[in-house]
Ligand binder design. Structure first.
Ligand SMILES: NC(=O)c1ccc[n+]([C@@H]2O[C@H](COP(=O)([O-])OP(=O)(O)OC[C@H]3O[C@@H](n4cnc5c(N)ncnc54)[C@H](O)[C@@H]3O)[C@@H](O)[C@H]2O)c1
Ligand SMILES: O=c1ccn([C@@H]2O[C@H](COP(=O)(O)OP(=O)(O)O[C@H]3OC[C@@H](O)[C@H](O)[C@H]3O)[C@@H](O)[C@H]2O)c(=O)[nH]1
Length: 389
């Protein structure tokens, strides 16, 4: 069990317990960060969210030794006057709140822009005005498309890292035209990054910006019709898990040619903890947090998940495990895609000495074991129920 004793930062200084105002604590990343902070550190969490299902196991259990170190506040940051008081009570604010599923970007662009830009404005303002440190969650999507994607398909330069590696302090942000509303999210995140950076430059805000590169693991999103809407479209891990659980082919959008680097949530949370506990090394920086060694096409991801799921469930894989679907059919009008996302790790290595550890196979094994254990029975029952229509 963690105590305040014996814990030192990267420069050997004792770490003093702090209070953290975590906005969006009830989500996928928030739930893992709360677990880590409660189990391995002496810090206190003011957990803010509209939902708390994913952190229920951490709340209100008298027998848990961290009982007095987490308080849940059910609130919507759009319209709640308690927000400034809670930020003032804390030493550090971590803002995770966002609409962040691609199916929403082109179908609910206004909600997406409000959520990712407008709703964050008071958070940034209260941190600046009250001299509070801010760790803000942005996204790898701010890079948009790679420079290489504009080269001819057969150009050898496409293999040159200079044309695709994404660097915080050098790479441009390349989005599609306005009618491709997919980019509403990336654009809103980019503008809030610029605002935070400007608050740092002009008003002395102490900030760190995190750009997650496809963090995946247990509790990510929802399984449609089980713990989320039947017609909902979560991110790819949950979409593919849902298909595997239902024994349906995995849908490959536009042939599954896009590439992503996936990182295990537990590796990524280690990086966030280093940022929290090493402010002198993290302040003023933007950090890529991803695993460049776990790069695959979406098609390869589907194939690997199919194989791993067959191992962990004991059920044979489908004979035809995938099916192609157009992005228009799957996401609707205005969808577009990032072609390739490989994070440069120079800055996070230099500042925090952090590296990801878990291979894609291993992280899929533990995640799909969780998905099978958590959902297989419920999905079987849902399939067996006669439909009401
Ligand atoms: N998971 C990833 O790989 C990934 C990648 C890039 C960026 N991010 C960013 O990290 C952050 C967290 O992502 P996540 O994957 O945990 O998503 P998530 O949807 O699981 O968590 C977001 C949480 O914020 C809450 N929230 C949203 N609007 C709110 C509001 N107005 N008031 C109070 N709470 C609100 C939601 O209820 C949810 O619990 C987001 O900012 C996202 O853009 C995540
Ligand atoms: O069933 C599916 C779901 C998704 N996909 C594809 O899989 C890829 C990954 O899709 P995801 O839903 O995980 O989301 P993306 O990687 O495109 O964006 C994510 O990036 C980082 C964060 O900011 C957000 O969590 C989200 O925007 C995309 O190319 C998508 O088209 C499928 O082929 N089939």
């Amino acid at each position: 069990m963690a105590t305040a004793m014996n814990r030192v930062d990267l420069d050997g200084r004792p770490i003093r317990p702090i209070t953290i105002c975590m906005i969006g604590a009830g989500g996928f990343i928030g739930s893992h960060l709360c677990e880590k902070l409660l189990m391995e550190t002496p810090h206190t969490i003011l957990a803010l969210d509209v939902y708390n299902d994913k952190i229920k196991h951490l709340l209100k259990t008298e027998s848990l030794s961290w009982n007095d170190r987490i308080q849940f506040h059910r609130l919507n940051i759009k319209n709640d006057s308690r927000l400034e008081g809670l930020i003032k009570m804390a030493d550090l604010t971590i803002n995770l709140a966002a609409i962040c599923t691609p199916a929403d970007y082109n179908t609910r662009p206004l909600d997406t822009i409000y959520s990712n830009f407008i709703d964050s404005l008071p958070v940034v303002k209260y941190c600046t005005e009250n001299n509070k440190r801010l760790i803000h969650f942005s996204t790898c999507e701010v890079y948009g498309k790679t420079i290489g994607s504009f080269l001819p398909k057969d150009s050898p330069l496409r293999q040159d890292p200079a044309y695709y590696i994404l660097k915080e302090d050098a790479s441009p942000c390349i989005f599609g035209p306005i009618e491709k509303q997919r980019w509403s999210y990336a654009c809103a995140k980019q503008l809030i990054e610029r605002l935070i950076y400007a608050e740092g430059a002009e008003n002395g805000l102490e900030f760190t910006i995190v750009r997650p590169f496809n963090w995946i693991g247990p509790r990510m999103d929802f399984i449609p019709g089980i713990d989320g809407p039947s017609e909902g479209v979560p991110r790819v891990l949950a979409c593919f898990s849902n298909a595997l659980l239902r024994r349906e082919p995995l849908k490959l959008v536009d042939g599954g040619q896009s590439q992503r680097s996936f990182i295990y949530i537990k590796d990524a949370i280690e990086a966030v903890l280093l940022m929290i506990e090493n402010p002198a090394r993290a302040n003023g920086h933007i950090f890529n947090v991803g695993n460049p060694y776990n790069e695959v096409t979406v098609r390869q991801l589907a194939e690997m998940m199919t194989e791993v799921y067959a191992n962990v469930s004991g059920e044979p894989a489908l004979e035809v495990p995938t099916v192609d679907v157009s992005s228009k059919e799957f996401y609707g009008e205005g969808y577009d895609d990032s072609d390739k996302r490989v994070p440069d790790m120079t800055i996070i290595n230099r500042q925090l000495g952090w590296n990801p550890k878990t291979s894609l196979w291993d992280l899929l094994e533990s995640t799909l074991t969780y998905q099978h254990r958590t959902y297989a029975e419920a999905v079987k029952k849902a399939i067996a129920r006669p439909s009401s229509s």
